[in-house]
Design a protein around this ligand. Sequence first.
Ligand code: ATP
Length: 962
Amino acid sequence: MTSRKCSPSDFIFKEELGHGSYSTVYKALDRRDVKNVYAIKVCSKQHIIKEGKVKYVTIEKNTLNLLARANHPGIVKLHYTFHDAQNLYFVLDYACGGELLTLLHKMGTFSELWARHFSVQLVDTLAYIHSQGVIHRDLKPENVLLDQTGRLMITDFGAAFTVDRAEQLGAHCAASSSFVGTAEYVSPELLLHNQCGFSSDVWALGCMVFQFVEGHPPFRGENELRTFEKIIALDYSWNYELHPNKIATGKPATNPLIVSLVKKMLTINTQDRISLRGIQGSSWFDGVDWDDKRTIWRGIWQLPATENAQQQQQLMMGQARTTNAYHRMIPNRQLHVIDTPIKSITITKQKKKKPTKPNSTSSIVEWRKKLGIPTANATVSANVNANANTDALIDFSNSMTKNRSSRGNSLVPAVTPPATAVPAPIQPQITPQSINGAVQRTQQKVPYTNSQPMYAPPRTPTNQTTFVRAERKNPPLQGIQTQLPEGSNNITNKTATGISTKVPGPFTENIHPPAPKVEKQTAATKLSPKLTTPLHITTKNVLKQDYIFMHTIPYRQDGPGMSMESYNKIDNDLITSLVSENKLTLNSPACIPALLTLRKNGTLSYSTGSQTHEMVNIGDSELSMYDFEFDELSRKGFLILEKYKRKVWLISLPSFAALSKLSPEKHVPSAKSKSVVNTGENWVDCFFRARQLMEEEDNTPTRAHTSSAAEQEITNKLNGVSLRTVPQSTPKTTPKTAPKTAPKTAPKTAPKTAPKAVPTTAAAKIPVHASKQSGNPQPSSMSNNSTLASPVSTKAAVDRAPLMSRSSSGSNMTPAHMAKTRTAPQAQIASPRKPSQHHYNQLPLASSPLSPTTGTPVGATQRRVLSGSPLVSQSPRSTTRSPSVPSRHLASNSSGDVRSPPPSAQLNNKKRYSAPKNMVISSSRYEVIHSLSSRTADAQEATSGASAAFKNLQKKKPKKKQ
Ligand SMILES: Nc1ncnc2c1ncn2[C@@H]1O[C@H](COP(=O)(O)OP(=O)(O)OP(=O)(O)O)[C@@H](O)[C@H]1O
């Protein structure tokens, strides 16, 4: 390893590849040799300190450094790290093939050949990672990237844990009290015993193998609690498992060898779970020479054509189906629950599947009791925080490290597949204008090349419907300032939060956002002159006002769409169905923008012409919000508001082109515009701010002082920032120091974006009573005869939707405090095979130099550069806490209805809107971790939300049944 000083000016930054919770990733070329293409992860120092991400950045850097040594092809390699005044930089292998999840969603399922090939690569990589004492802890298809040949690379080591040699013998480390990982892949030992070890990665691997074959992870509930429940109960099933009826339907059976292997991986008891070595020896991998790295590490696009033919056929079939079924293009995991009342979390007991399992129980109450989830004062394990000391900042001062080595001696020539081999992922832009276009994009041909057989014959093509997942949402980070170096013709992209993202001059040719396409026939062309701001809408006390498309779906008792029988809560399937069933209406050119207005007292209304429709009060206890790929920057997706069993509002955004026609300035309405108010802040933030304003009725000077003190603390930290190295494997770190950085710096009550300009007292005086202020005018509309009635659409096309399945959901709710740390049981040691560095060094370069002009390879994620837009999207990943109606008032009764809060609850605004302390809803594990770790020891127990509901249930439960 050599060292040299690097700086951002050594690279030509190209387009943005995406955002993480604390970083922005750019494609970049090495100035000295532009054939060397990298992905540079840029982390704003200010942001990572402020948001308490230091430990994750530290872990990631240390782990990547450790793992980079052997040049294992299955790991995204860290080439350099350096920093400047604003940012930390990780120079990584560029994975131009995008995320494995994207490819999987495009395919629907992988053929057995591909599933096996990817599994082999994963096992080989995991064996190496474990041999280095590293547990990944967040394995999932999103964290697996693909290079240009279709070879996988594991990334995202921010949650990794490094076990020192002594601990390796024990094979298990105790996890912290924080939730680590992603709900669907989290291991039962973490849920039950708050422990995770090498075998936890095996569990996640089992989930992934299942997902490769079935198209979805094995455990998925309507929310994360249900997911956990299923995990504990081992409640999963194969769609295509060998079954007489399945055969009768012509569906192919899943290879029993896969079923058997996955079963061994998905074993509750870690002692019984198969080890990596056991996996390598399993029958499914018969014929695999684990020492033949060259064969193992062929990319899928390098596999023989004869064997790829089946996958090709599957892909094409999937595309044909996709063309005919728009709803299949909607991803099955993108509904992000922003805020949902407890009533939406169905608490039901599940039938025990395998009651004999010692740790499994189908009762969520029972297992939550075992977990001791309401415990607020969970301690942080020293072990887990061994390399996660928040007090220790990363040493980037001497870290112009160069991990680069000669991975480029390719024995297998890298085959860059034709750029047209697989169409770029479709990005369903659920705006009326986009639907046709998105469908058209699926009609592309899929040529394959190559020869020679490999592995066992693939199974016959399935008839399984293919999902095509939209591009992963990569919203601009809220509060992040990744300001690349000055001195070059930086383009400043103003964001809504006032944050600017500066990119250096060389970006210029690429960084310009694509000019907003002017639709030939946009909704705006249908604008009526009445659509100028209605005069009766004054901007006084208006928190935000902007043009939107509004679609409403009233609830009807007699169905068939959102009927009593079919609908309990919004979930991904329901939304997907509603969108797909009503696509004609959503696509109707008759849709015209309405002006949505949010007042500081929380009332929400929209106006069309002179008509104003009162919707709901944002503090309404029966209001839930969902983010379905809603992105204000790219104008995609829906923000969904749901008044429980009353009405659903789907809010989408007119294109910039359409908006420009609305305002005389011919620009996107700005805050200065007379016609709209505060377009600079996104809707979700404003909703929370409105709620916050109501919450902070009794905001005292003491609290204000606390807040400013916290801000001062951040400033002080930044001023005196000291970057020093965290020893890689320091086994014992003072546990309690870890979470302290974040919580102290983040005022609990203040929303991130809450502008100081809004006096909290102004709105605080406004009483919030759901019954009085919700302004829900729809009881009558509930009996309307249409499933979808769009008040802003002249064409209320109504599709009588069949009842939707709600078997899966992408909702992301995480119960907070997991179990207290217990003694780690002995567990299986992952096969500590000595890494075969020789082999890996001989392998073709994973991210071998690419021509900057090379087209997007097969499977590459298509990303769009949208910087420069005057708006920034909300941060749907931002942690949101569950709302706040005391659960006792919202527990479902036996009929499934929700009782209204009693008057006392309605009057108690503070109690009602205070976020429960042990409930976090988030789509980002970092947010979850941060939120959990930021809780202070004196955090109160939840008085509302799901956690409190469970607690109540526990209390009520007779002892003998517990
Ligand atoms: N080496 C890489 N090559 C290509 N794209 C990358 C690379 N690393 C990250 N990306 C893309 O950039 C985006 C952000 O990645 P990053 O690792 O910062 O965050 P994340 O892991 O997705 O999110 P989080 O940090 O919140 O878990 C992702 O969509 C990822 O696909």
